[in-house]
Design a binder for this molecule. Structure first.
Ligand SMILES: Nc1ncnc2c1ncn2[C@@H]1O[C@H](COP(=O)(O)OP(=O)(O)OP(=O)(O)O)[C@@H](O)[C@H]1O
Length: 116
């Protein structure tokens, strides 16, 4: 609505999120990364999950957790298969691709479980 300004402003290039209290007061928060609705699935994977996958392949444990209000895109971001459009692939498919590309099938075992 033209009469109302957004109270949340994303500044991805500055890695900042600005919360407007009113026309003259706001709080700014800095994050490791700020992704917007225009961020590609590839970018989200590279920023959020790829470093975790790389650590796992070096022998560490890793967790990627999506937390948020219903309808905010957790399933889309994590679980999309991207059957028709490979650019749409979510974090889980991309992580499996990277893991399977790195392992030695003769000696390594990969097991997978999924809970939503
Ligand atoms: N990055 C995105 N780009 C385009 N559409 C998106 C994106 N993320 C989510 N959507 C769309 O928003 C809607 C809700 O997304 P999704 O089902 O992933 O939310 P959710 O957080 O998993 O919800 P719930 O908690 O109810 O399971 C879907 O129609 C989905 O296609």
């Amino acid at each position: 609505d033209a009469d109302f300004a957004d109270c949340v402003e994303l500044q991805p290039e500055l890695k900042r999120l600005k919360l407007r209290k009113n026309n003259w007061e706001s709080d700014t928060f800095e994050f490791d990364e700020v992704l917007t609705e225009f961020s590609s699935q590839k970018r989200v994977y590279e920023v959020v999950a790829k470093p975790v996958v790389e650590s796992v392949l070096e022998g560490y444990n890793g967790t990627v957790m999506a937390y948020g209000q219903t309808g905010t895109g957790k399933t889309f971001t994590l679980g999309r298969l991207g059957d028709e459009d490979t650019a749409a692939r979510g974090i889980m498919v991309r992580a499996m691709e990277d893991i399977l590309a790195d392992i030695t099938p003769e000696t390594d075992t990969v097991s997978l479980s999924y809970l939503q």
